[in-house]
Design a protein around this ligand. Structure first.
Ligand code: CTP
Ligand code: MG
Length: 238
């Protein structure tokens, strides 16, 4: 794997959403699983990859809990620069991080606490080996139906070559900043902005348990995933 001299690998964890679909009195990134917030789990999974030299967490300036975040690891900085949309938060976080054009940045949702460090390692290895950006994703398993009006089925869509995008998504800082500067519409992930800007984006096969906690049911699933892993450790297997 080739990491150019002076080329840094950084991470950006976006945690400036309001969690409207989740509901609850505080934003979902602060919900606790096994004594740690989802944000802390997401950050820990990234920091366990030693090649990540710095990590910025983007929180909303209006987020009271975000003012009191503390991480012992000196690689972590909290950026109170969240924007109205996810892509605004990413753009502001990249400006805060002030990385060099050629540095790599892994953008990750705080709301994906079940991320495995082994997948982070795979993603970084791929980007360094190919010298272009990539994302974690998993193949679509279900049969896909397109409806006419939300109920009647118009047709079955082939799932061949279809993938569900996850995070982290890893790109060169300069290229990502340019792609996000003038997006045609608000992209929901970094890859779509990069694709629209004409970049080839690779897929690195991730793990299906790297779910995004969007609705209350997802939070129960995330808790179950952690519980399963802990039991696996106790039994000495995974
Ligand atoms: N996010 C962000 N800034 C925003 C919106 C979202 O940093 N303006 C972050 C969220 O904190 C989350 C990730 O982007 O970690 C994925 O977004 P999503 O799951 O949509 O979270 P929310 O926007 O918080 O939830 P909702 O859309 O239900 O309000
Ligand atoms: Mg959202």
């Amino acid at each position: 794997m080739v990491q150019k001299k002076d080329q840094k690998i950084a991470a950006l964890v976006v945690a400036a959403g309001s969690g409207s679909r989740m509901g609850g009195s505080s934003p979902k990134q602060y919900l606790q699983i096994q004594g740690k917030s989802m944000l802390e789990h997401s950050v820990a999974a990234l920091l366990a990859e030693p090649r990540i030299e710095e990590l910025a967490i983007v929180v909303s300036p209006a987020d009271i809990l975000g003012q009191h975040l503390h991480f012992d690891d000196p690689r972590v900085k909290v950026a109170r620069v969240g924007g109205n949309s996810r892509s605004d938060s990413v753009r502001n976080g990249l400006a805060f991080s002030a990385l060099a054009q050629d540095d790599w940045v892994l953008v990750h949702d705080a709301a994906r606490p079940c991320l495995l460090t082994s997948d982070v390692t795979k993603l970084i290895d791929h980007c360094l080996a190919t010298d272009h950006g990539a994302i974690l994703a998993v193949p679509v398993n279900d049969t896909l139906k397109k409806t006419l009006d939300g109920s009647g089925i118009e047709k079955t869509v082939s799932r061949d070559n279809l993938w569900c995008a996850q995070t982290p998504q890893c790109f060169k800082n300069g290229e990502l900043l340019k792609a996000l500067a003038n997006p045609s519409e608000k992209p929901t992930d970094e890859a779509s902005a990069m694709e629209a800007a004409g970049h080839l984006v690779d897929i690195v096969k991730g793990t299906p348990t790297n779910i995004k906690v969007t609705h209350p049911m997802d939070f129960w699933m995330a808790k179950a995933i952690f519980q399963y892993r802990t039991q696996g450790e106790i039994r000495g297997s995974h």
